[in-house]
Write a protein that binds this ligand. Structure first.
Ligand code: URA
Length: 267
């Protein structure tokens, strides 16, 4: 093991306990069939419309779109439209307390997509995901498997505005915000998604489950392999589970290798 890697593992409090898994990645487990929209998935006010450069602000606010129509509109957006729409979004009450929206960061053609829950205070101040203590741990976790923020890696969240007091986002907040993440995923087309924590996991899978029951499997989000692990903020409070997170990361790295070689293999 290189000394850099050893240093990272020591930093994570994982040396010399963590071991690389060598078993082959499990076959993909299909996600549960899409479920009907939850009661909370109701129409709210539409996000601020995307203004063409130089256009004057509309006098009347845009009429609220039903959620499905709004989601369909978001699914047609390109990156600049999507960023502008998130920046001006007022679709749920979280916009009232935010300083900055936190769109997501990284390589827009990344093979790796990491999805967290929602911004905390540091992220709300900076407008970038995972820049606080949990972010430092995430960066170390990435480094431990040879990855770096922004280099073939994209990092996003289920919701783009900070829930007050760092509470979990409410179902209505997630339902209003998730079309943005779905569009980001459609544009990035990652080879593998890693969900960080339960909020991202259950919302991407569209079913309730514990992290413990979802770990160690290749699940699926709309045909894209999906692996679940603990949220870095949880790991900061629960040192014993860092070892499990390391297993999950090694499993994800191995799954990525398999996915890359499956694509490279001649037909
Ligand atoms: N926790 C998250 O889930 N996302 C962030 O961006 C920061 C902390």
């Amino acid at each position: 093991m290189s000394s850099r890697r050893e240093e990272i593992l020591k930093e994570l409090g994982l040396w010399p306990v963590w071991r690389l898994r060598t078993a082959a990645a499990s076959p993909a487990e299909p996600a549960a069939p899409p479920q009907p929209p939850a009661a909370a998935r109701v129409a709210q006010s539409a996000p601020a419309p995307v203004k063409p450069a130089g256009a004057r602000a509309p006098v009347e606010p845009a009429p609220a779109l039903p959620l499905d129509a709004r989601a369909a509109e978001i699914m047609r957006m390109d990156w600049p439209q999507l960023k502008a729409s998130v920046a001006g979004c007022t679709a749920c009450p979280l916009h009232q307390g935010r300083n900055k929206t936190v769109f997501g960061v990284g390589d827009e053609q990344a093979e790796w997509l990491f999805v967290g829950e929602g911004p905390g205070a540091d992220e709300d101040a900076k407008g970038e995901p995972f820049v606080g203590q949990a972010g430092k741990l995430l960066d170390n976790m990435l480094a431990a498997i040879g990855l770096k923020r922004g280099e073939n890696v994209y990092i996003g969240n289920m919701v783009k505005c900070r829930p007050p007091g760092n509470r979990n986002p409410e179902p209505l907040e997630v339902s209003q915000c998730e079309p943005y993440l779905h569009r980001q995923i459609a544009l990035i087309k990652p080879r593998l998604i890693v969900a960080l924590g339960k909020v991202a996991a259950v919302n991407l899978l569209r079913r309730e489950a514990t992290i413990a029951s979802l770990r160690g499997k290749v699940l699926e989000y709309q045909g894209i392999p999906l692996i679940i692990t603990y949220h870095p903020a949880y790991l900061l409070r629960s040192l014993p589970d860092k070892a499990k997170a390391w297993e999950d990361l090694c499993f994800a790295a191995e799954t990525m290798k398999n996915l890359q070689s499956a694509q490279a293999a001649p037909i």
